[in-house]
Ligand binder design. Structure first.
Ligand SMILES: Cc1ncc(COP(=O)(O)O)c(C=O)c1O
Length: 381
């Protein structure tokens, strides 16, 4: 049953259990057919109240990029994390390693500095290095890990023919909302640059950005690529760590109109949410989100810009057209607002943080969390 938005409080992120399960079916089917391991990237989606649903589909591991994510994986998934962090520090390394089964280093200097400590912390940790394939189809520089001068990953010229002793895996991440055809090209670059080292490792982590739950994604082609890779390197355990694909189009940010103002012929409906605080990718990427029952600006139709409730002048997006004039109190539903939203929000301006809830398979709304003054205050001192 589709969500009855009249039952959802505003503002609120609401995930649809049925849509989440659909994604989990697709991803688990790719995993099983391709014979690879797929783990959840917490940086993209870390709504831990639904981890029990995710685990039902056999997803028991997560990738972490910090102590907090590693701890969340350990506490809420119940398993040690596959951790990759751009730079570990003396303060966090031991704590992170303690919570991890895999530790990937972003540079040889980080490896040299921390590897000697690892065996004292836990014998079973498998160590990897992040390789930079120097190829990426990602056009937005903000999201391109192979952009010129990037700090992410080790380029092939820094390696000799022998990997440092103790390295068991190679990791690359060069995709973002990408297709299997992008992976194919990236994989070719990875193999060209690092293929000679693959006999020395046990696992390869192909990072995230595999948007296998997007309607036009060719999962059969992905499965073909992964099986083909396995044919060439049967000794390798292959890991994929998507984040966005798990939560892609699984839910909404429900907002409502607090005021409508007009200036220089532009009508702005002010909302009880903020683009910069609650949907930051809209401004950072940038991209224009879909709004239910609205279309891109159409002459002759009531047309509005939407304004966030912070004082940042650029905290707005536009324009959308509706088939009626909007009213104060009316709900506005932003689509696909589950991945890279809750994990990135702030309380800038002290704005009210949207609640978090789930529309379950019994067609009931369950409010999971509400935020208040203490949440705002606790981030400050
Ligand atoms: C190293 C690494 N792994 C996995 C991911 C998850 O990517 P996505 O959510 O696009 O699948 C990211 C995203 O930035 C990343 O940097």
């Amino acid at each position: 049953m589709p969500i009855d938005f009249s039952k959802i409080p505003s503002p609120c992120y609401v995930i649809d259990e049925g849509l989440l399960r659909k994604n989990l079916e697709i991803i688990s089917s790719v995993r099983d057919k391709a014979g690879v391991e797929i783990i959840l990237a917490l940086k993209g989606f870390a709504m831990w109240s639904v981890f029990p649903i995710i685990k039902e589909y056999g997803f028991n591991y997560a990738t972490a990029s910090s102590y907090n994510e590693a701890r969340l994986a350990f506490e809420e998934m119940g398993t040690p994390a596959h951790t990759y962090c751009p730079a570990y520090t003396n303060n966090d390394f031991e704590k992170i390693a303690d919570l991890s089964s895999h530790i990937t280093f972003n540079s040889l200097s980080q490896f040299e500095r921390f590897y000697p400590q690892i065996k004292n912390i836990k014998n079973s940790i498998s160590v990897g290095l992040r390789a930079n394939p120097e190829f990426s189809e990602v056009k937005a520089l903000l999201y391109n890990p192979c952009a010129p001068g990037t700090r992410l990953g080790i380029t092939a010229s820094k390696f000799t023919d022998k990997l440092p002793q103790g390295v068991e895996g190679l990791h690359f991440h060069a995709l973002c909302e990408s297709s299997s055809y992008d992976l194919e090209k990236t994989l070719a670059a990875f193999e060209k640059n690092f293929g000679h080292l693959l006999s020395q490792v046990k696992w390869v982590n192909m990072g995230g950005g595999h948007l296998m739950t997007r309607k036009d994604y060719n999962c059969d082609h992905l499965i073909y690529l992964l099986k083909n890779f396995n044919k060439h390197y049967p000794h390798l355990h292959v890991i994929l760590e998507p984040g966005a694909a798990f939560a892609w189009e699984t839910g909404y940010l429900v907002a409502s109109i607090s005021d409508i103002v007009e200036n220089s012929g532009i009508k702005t409906a002010l909302l009880d949410i903020s683009f910069t605080a609650h949907m930051p990718d809209c401004l950072e990427m940038p991209y224009k989100p879909l709004i239910l029952k609205a279309v891109d600006e159409e002459p002759g139709k009531p047309t509005y810009r939407f304004g966030g409730n912070s004082c940042l002048s650029g905290d707005y997006m536009g324009n959308w057209s509706f088939d009626h004039e909007l009213e104060i109190g009316e709900k506005i539903i932003f689509n696909d607002m589950i991945h890279y939203t809750m994990v990135k929000t702030t309380t800038f301006n002290g704005v009210q943080h949207p609640s978090i809830g789930i529309w379950n398979n019994e067609s009931e709304f369950r409010l999971i969390k509400e935020f208040g003054y203490e949440d705002y205050k606790n981030r400050l001192s």
